[in-house]
Unconditional design. Structure first.
Length: 372
């Protein structure tokens, strides 16, 4: 096993591709909503939603999103504020912002439809090389490779490629091997079945944990299976200490309304509504005084929210006011009826905090990991 794969005989690569296609047609997934279309818009939407998100979670979001934005033109013509509520809860909110920007770019520069060339697709907002390949393969039948996390797992295990796949050198090796496999494949290649088969293998038999090698069509010639390296490949990312940050959130209530602020488009929870956030209890208390709030904020049970690169300790503070000054409008901050906040695009921990107003015990436990 080495960090740089050696060239494989063309017939081996051809057999690799053919075996995956045959397995996919018999054992792969065929009934997912986005598999029933060649519409590049719907395929693109599914590919973006499926990034870092399980299929079972995506299906409902995908269907609701299409009910509201059935065409690319509908999405391009909408405001970002109209889009975000249909993404709330999926995490990685930059995906939704880029989705909207991409739709507008396609409308402005490409006649409202996706180009067929994957290299051109990859220049659009929020679309990387692998996603571009998937769109081109599924929508237009373009003979082009993909290399997402599932595919990297299949390739590193089958061909015995050591080294973290996110490393530039290893990734270059994987892409070269993916192109070589397509070059060796028969002219009659079913690119959609091959592409879907790689995804299905990586999410099924070749899963990250406890792979089911006995159900894999490649098991007899898989390097990792033959050498007992299924748990060592792909090589894990070198661990770094996860930093912990903290903030204080204000639950300012007045006559059955709550004050919320809209986050900037960039940064965490971009474009979502959230509770006003402060660096310290002192800053939070000073804000209340400036707004004419006489009552002292009361500290509530805290919670921790897990992002991809850090953890956020959140301390909520609740205060009630009848001050007319406190109710004056502010830029980016508005009052919302307590019965209506569930319909807003809110980060998961803010939903938990507001739900805890009725059941205080809810905000004492950590929030499940979500990469908003």
């Amino acid at each position: 096993m080495s960090s740089c794969t050696q060239p494989y005989p063309a017939q081996n690569l051809s057999a690799f591709v053919t075996t995956i296609i045959q397995w996919q047609k018999q054992h792969g997934r065929h009934h997912l909503p986005w598999q029933q279309t060649r519409d590049a818009y719907r395929i693109w939407l599914s590919e973006i939603m499926l990034q870092q998100t399980q299929v079972s979670t995506v299906i409902d979001y995908y269907q609701r999103f299409l009910e509201r934005f059935p065409t690319l033109q509908d999405l391009a013509q909408a405001d970002q504020a109209q889009v975000m509520p249909y993404w709330a809860g999926l995490g990685y909110y930059a995906r939704a912002r880029n989705l909207h920007k991409c739709a507008q770019a396609l409308q402005a520069d490409h006649g409202g439809s996706f180009p067929e060339d994957p290299e051109v697709i990859a220049t659009l907002p929020g679309i990387g090389r692998s996603t571009a390949g998937a769109i081109a393969a599924f929508a237009y039948g373009v003979r082009t490779p993909i290399m997402d996390g599932n595919v990297k797992r299949v390739f590193t295990r089958y061909f015995g490629i050591a080294g973290y796949p996110g490393n530039a050198k290893i990734e270059k090796t994987l892409w070269a091997l993916a192109h070589n496999a397509l070059d060796a494949a028969p002219a009659t290649l079913d690119i959609a079945a091959y592409t879907q088969g790689l995804m299905d293998l990586g999410s099924g038999p070749c899963a990250r944990r406890n792979p089911s090698c006995e159900q894999c069509p490649l098991t007899q010639s898989c390097h990792a299976r033959v050498h007992g390296l299924q748990n060592q490949l792909p090589t894990p990312k070198p661990r770094a200490e996860v930093p912990v940050r903290s903030c204080h959130m204000l639950i300012l209530l007045s006559n059955d309304t709550v004050l919320l602020e809209q986050r900037p488009d960039s940064g965490i929870w971009g474009g979502l509504w959230s509770l006003p956030e402060f660096d310290s209890p002192t800053a939070l208390a000073s804000y209340c005084v400036q707004r004419g709030v006489a009552a002292a904020p009361q500290r509530m049970g805290g919670l921790q929210h897990v992002f991809t690169h850090f953890k956020l300790d959140i301390t909520p503070w609740q205060v009630n006011t009848t001050s007319t000054t406190a109710n004056e409008p502010e830029p980016q901050r508005q009052w919302f009826d307590l019965q209506h906040w569930p319909a807003l695009a809110l980060p998961a921990p803010v939903k938990k905090i507001l739900a805890g107003l009725a059941q205080p015990s809810l905000i004492s436990a950590p929030v499940a990991p979500d990469v908003g």
